[in-house]
Design a protein around this ligand. Sequence first.
Ligand code: NDP
Length: 330
Amino acid sequence: MPDRFKAILISRDEEKNQSVETVEIGDADLMDGDVTVAVEATTVNYKDGLAITGKAPVVRRFPLVPGIDFAGTVIQSGHPDWKEDDRVVLNGWGVGETHYGAYAGHARVKGEWLVPLPESMTPRQAMAVGTAGYTAMLCIMALERHGITPARGPVVVTGASGGVGSVAISILSKLGYHVVASTGRTAEEAYLRDLGAAEIIAREELSGPAKPLGKERWAGGVDAVGSQTLANVLSMTSYGGAVAACGLAQGMDLPGSVAPFILRGVSLLGIDSVMAPKSIRMEAWRRIASDLDHAKLAALSTTIGFDGIVQAAHDIVDGKVRGRIVVEMA
Ligand code: NDP
């Protein structure tokens, strides 16, 4: 096991200008925690893109090693649930925001933040899912809890060719849903149909100002986009339907009306992956292992090395990334 390893470090000067560099650190430089993990795979999520580019205040402590999720093997544990050689996954809990994160050879975290890597998955596959895919699963579980079965009607997925969208389409189609994929990249139609989308609609159909109520088009939705898109999705949700909202790719605002809620009994289901309780995480990862087709997971992911992380961070914020990125650590 190397004593020193590469890490990405985000720093800020006195004028609050952010800089990003690759440094070499050791275990003694890591933050407090009771489990140290050798990071085998990580990923670049939209939030990691925001952190590295500084486009949104994701990083709330400087300097910081970014990277909100990883999969790897325990190399040291003082936590009763974990021992050396256990394979684990971490998503969120402020890692890569306030606590040193995934973009280093080792990560030291609290044992309670970890979940076991599903036995049928490799660290690489877990990170092809990553926080985006785990969030897609949380959205689908929320729709199910609300009674949105395939028999209730179509489900729309916005931001379809992104990470949340690609995984949501793959899982929903395997579960038998009729999936309507909304994308700004119509050139990705074949990709989205291969993942399981039954219909493709142009992003522009949903991204303009929303009417209070529109034609009822779907029973449910997984929305990674927010803003006017979410307002439109809600206005077109059929009576008693539900929309799981997890993202803000178009914006953080929600310029809509209460009409879908009070006239159609539509529900808006908020999804947070970062602080989700452990029982829900365990269930989500169990479901990912059983309900996500491995061939589709391979088709929606691209692999890069540690040195490609910073460029990928810029690309994801610029909307240039399709599906999911896996970072294989050396
Ligand atoms: P990606 O960048 O991979 O995907 C976002 C997709 O949204 C893009 O691929 C694009 O899809 C679409 N999009 C981008 N810009 C716009 C725009 N201006 N208007 C409409 N659509 C747009 O990100 P992820 O899938 O990883 O994450 C999606 C969102 O979910 C992010 O906002 C992220 O922060 C959030 N998120 C939230 C979590 C939570 O816990 N709540 C956890 C994980 C993610 P297309 O080209 O197909 O139109």
